[in-house]
Design a protein around this ligand. Sequence first.
Ligand SMILES: Nc1nc2c(ncn2[C@@H]2O[C@H](COP(=O)(O)OP(=O)(O)OP(=O)(O)O)[C@@H](O)[C@H]2O)c(=O)[nH]1
Length: 318
Amino acid sequence: MVSMSSSITSPRTSLAKFVLCPKSKPFKIMVLGQSGVGKSALVVRFITRRFIGEYDPNLEKIYTFQTVIDNETVYFEILDSAGDPQRCENLESHIKWAEAFILVYSVTDKCSFDECHRLKFLINYNKRRRRLASSVKDSIHETPVVLVGNKVDQTGDRMVTTEEGQRRSKEIGCVCFHEISVRESIEQVYGVFRDARRFWRVGSKYSRGRSESDIQTSALGRPLSRAASDTTDSSTVTATSLCRRWTEFDLEEEQQRDIIRSDSTSSTEAIDEFRARASTDSRLPPRPTRSRHPPTRPLPIPVRRMSVAMRGNSSSTY
Ligand SMILES: Nc1nc2c(ncn2[C@@H]2O[C@H](COP(=O)(O)OP(=O)(O)OP(=O)(O)O)[C@@H](O)[C@H]2O)c(=O)[nH]1
């Protein structure tokens, strides 16, 4: 159990609080995932910088917290959804409330990994319905979902590989993917919230009227990737086995590299295969016959233009 009564509020009271202070528009983020994956640990670590081992699994709270991200003060409202999301009655209304999501699984629990698929579907479903009801401008703004594989410190118990996490992140359309240990590293935890905020910011700028190409460059291209690695300190560098972050852009790049790699390793096989195909033992299927003189295209029927002498006519007769 953790005592954070001063910063814990219900959605309604916290909103009322922020209405009184118009400058502090909160950034509403929801942490979702199966029970026991470390959602409360993640949120409390972000807020207090401490790892607290045990939490009441039935406490569903909104934490309000203020910090600086990219030189900007951000007022977080973090909803830590509690317990089993399959039994949570308010899940859909909570999803509608949030502006960004952190979808957590434990790398030591395959079920929690599979659950992310369902939860992402639920997010899409509820957000899409909401967008349809709102303006066209809002509909451009996708809600960012960051996929997080937690408990990488438990190396012996790992059931989900890094590659599976990367692939899943791309399949279900998350903006980026992190593997972290809430227990081991505050920097990794901070990186998750920072990216959620960054992607949300890019999306909201987009919906305020920036061109699509601008957004793609800054959200998935070099500038943002570089910005993320700017803050990479020694702990993040040495912890490549413990923590890595991938944007969709990075994944595509890695896939392309894989393709090149696989091409180069199988080059001799490819040559052999080519040679085999080049053999004329008449077992190859016949090529489709192509006529020497392809049928000429029918010429367009000439359009006859008729000039009508209007002289002497009154146009009003038409
Ligand atoms: N080894 C390890 N254990 C962790 C880590 N993060 C959380 N835990 C432990 O995992 C257990 C569950 O953590 P919680 O934060 O309560 O998980 P939750 O997702 O909030 O669970 P519910 O409240 O039931 O939804 C606790 O015993 C934590 O101490 C981690 O990074 N490494």
